[in-house]
Design a binder for this molecule. Structure first.
Ligand code: IDP
Ligand code: MG
Length: 152
């Protein structure tokens, strides 16, 4: 089976509480990406600090950590060619005021601090974030029957 790229995607507490998990999963499924890992967890302050380490010291950092640890999230790994870049484009800009209609944030969010999803911003971030949230044996290996219709 061909090795395809993987990315980490998380529905944040606001997305879970608003009942948007299914909508977000559905967008990625119908696009043609393959879901290979998924779990609901409440993020610990330690994990939050590691996940958002790049933002430490910024004015919004403390609020971000408080928010992301406040209630369960749904963490996922998605697979497909160019999935990192394409999921970022499907998420839309960080600030929903600038997220294009048709994107997750453009369609479903109105405020930067409650922008419903996190997605890895590079292949390096994807590797780091997948390892933070998942053990290797939690990532499933299976064939998507539609793959022949999706790729050459
Ligand atoms: P991203 O989620 O689009 O990758 P980042 O710049 O990595 O955006 O910021 C992480 C998260 O921190 C954002 O999704 C958003 O929820 C929050 N955030 C970023 N910048 C601000 C800000 O200026 N004010 C409040 N929250 C912010
Ligand atoms: Mg980011």
């Amino acid at each position: 089976m061909k090795e395809r790229e993987r990315t980490f995607l998380m529905v944040k507490p606001d997305g879970v509480q608003r009942g948007l998990v299914g909508n977000i999963v559905s967008r990625l499924e119908i696009k043609g990406f393959k879901l290979v890992a998924m779990k609901m967890i409440t993020i610990s302050p330690e994990l939050a600090a590691r996940h958002y380490g790049e933002h430490k010291g910024k004015p919004f950092y403390d609020g971000l950590i408080e928010f992301i640890t406040s209630a369960p999230v749904v963490a996922m790994i998605w697979e497909g060619d160019n999935v990192v870049e394409m999921v970022r484009s499907m998420m839309g800009a960080t600030d929903p005021r600038n997220s294009a209609p048709g994107t997750m944030r453009g369609d479903l969010a109105v405020f930067m601090g409650k922008n419903i999803v996190h997605g890895s911003d590079s292949k390096e971030s994807a590797e780091r974030e997948m390892a933070l949230f998942f053990q290797e044996d939690e990532i499933c290996d299976y064939t998507l029957p539609s793959e022949g219709c999706l790729y050459d």
